[in-house]
Ligand binder design. Structure first.
Ligand code: G1P
Length: 289
């Protein structure tokens, strides 16, 4: 079945980016000239997604406004012939059909995904975590959709991380299936050393089947007292087939200052408005080190 819906959980408190995120949602922080969330929406759209549900909270209304029209501003840009700016402002509002639901309590990623049950209905759907920004030739979520359609099952996007880093992620028990695709038989969230299955960690991209909702509904809180999506996936991979795709592309954790800066620099080095200037600036600056 074709995947046309995506869910973007964006209800986190942004505590790793304070004080900036005290009043500005972290997803709205600009990377070059677009807010971080737009990169995620564009990745989904490039992979053929038409309908997107963003799971927000009461402090995130700037996101709804961003993907809306703004007639006063557009009239002004039109009158002053700022055509490029006008086109960009309209393009953001026309990217996809965007829907919103609030996660009324901060109860974890699994709980945020469960809020998408009514939106998703009875189809497989994509999940893109708001903090994980990708740079890839083929949209990472598109790579997962391909695998999920081929093997007719849920798919998670993975890469190998260091043994020291894996305790920040999830660790997967996998068997090679074909090329960069593996069969998943178990997962653990934020593993302690003795719990590590492998250095393959899920990095922010999933294609899930609606069977996940019944599982999430009955799940007890896991690590950190939160309803963990990984605990739900653990049950899902026991009842149905699940594959892991070792995806092509670079992932940035833009939920922290370092990842955010790395992503900003890399995107600025690719951007026609900033590329030339930034290269010269970095060369000049490097002389001081
Ligand atoms: C979440 C997931 C975890 C995943 C990570 C990176 O953790 O729970 O399984 O490995 O994102 O995508 P968080 O970063 O919210 O702690």
């Amino acid at each position: 079945m074709k995947v046309t819906k995506a869910v973007i959980p964006a209800a986190g408190l942004g505590t790793r980016m304070l004080p900036a995120t005290k009043t500005v949602p972290k997803e709205m922080l600009p990377m070059v000239d677009k807010p971080a969330i737009q990169y995620i929406v564009e990745e989904a759209v490039a992979a053929g997604i038409e309908d997107i549900l963003i799971v927000t909270n009461r402090a995130k209304s700037a996101m709804d406004d961003y993907f809306d029209y703004y007639p006063e501003l557009e009239d002004r840009l039109n009158a002053s012939q700022k055509d490029r700016e006008l086109a960009e402002v309209r393009r953001a509002a026309d990217l996809a059909n965007i829907f919103y639901v609030r996660q009324k309590e901060t109860k974890g990623l699994g709980h945020a995904i469960w809020r998408a049950k009514r939106f998703v209905g009875d189809e497989p759907f994509a999940v893109l975590l708001g903090d994980d920004i990708m740079r890839a030739k083929t949209p990472v979520i598109g790579q997962l959709i391909q695998a999920s359609e081929k093997y007719r099952c849920a798919a998670v996007g993975v890469q190998q991380v260091s043994t020291d880093a894996i305790s920040k992620y999830s660790s997967l028990k996998v068997e090679p299936l074909e090329g960069n695709v593996f069969t998943v038989s178990d997962l653990v969230e934020k593993p302690r050393r003795e719990e590590i299955f492998s250095n393959y960690a899920v990095l922010g991209r999933y294609v899930l089947t609606p069977a996940i909702f019944d599982i999430l509904e009955n799940l007890s809180p896991g690590v950190g007292g939160e309803i963990q999506l990984t605990d739900g996936l653990r049950q899902l991979c026991r009842q149905d087939r699940m594959v892991a795709v070792d995806f092509e592309g670079r992932r940035y954790d833009t939920g922290n200052v370092r990842g955010f800066l790395e992503a900003t620099i890399d995107f600025a080095l690719d951007h026609p408005l900033t590329e030339k200037w930034l290269k010269a600036y970095i060369k000049e600056k490097a002389k001081e080190f």
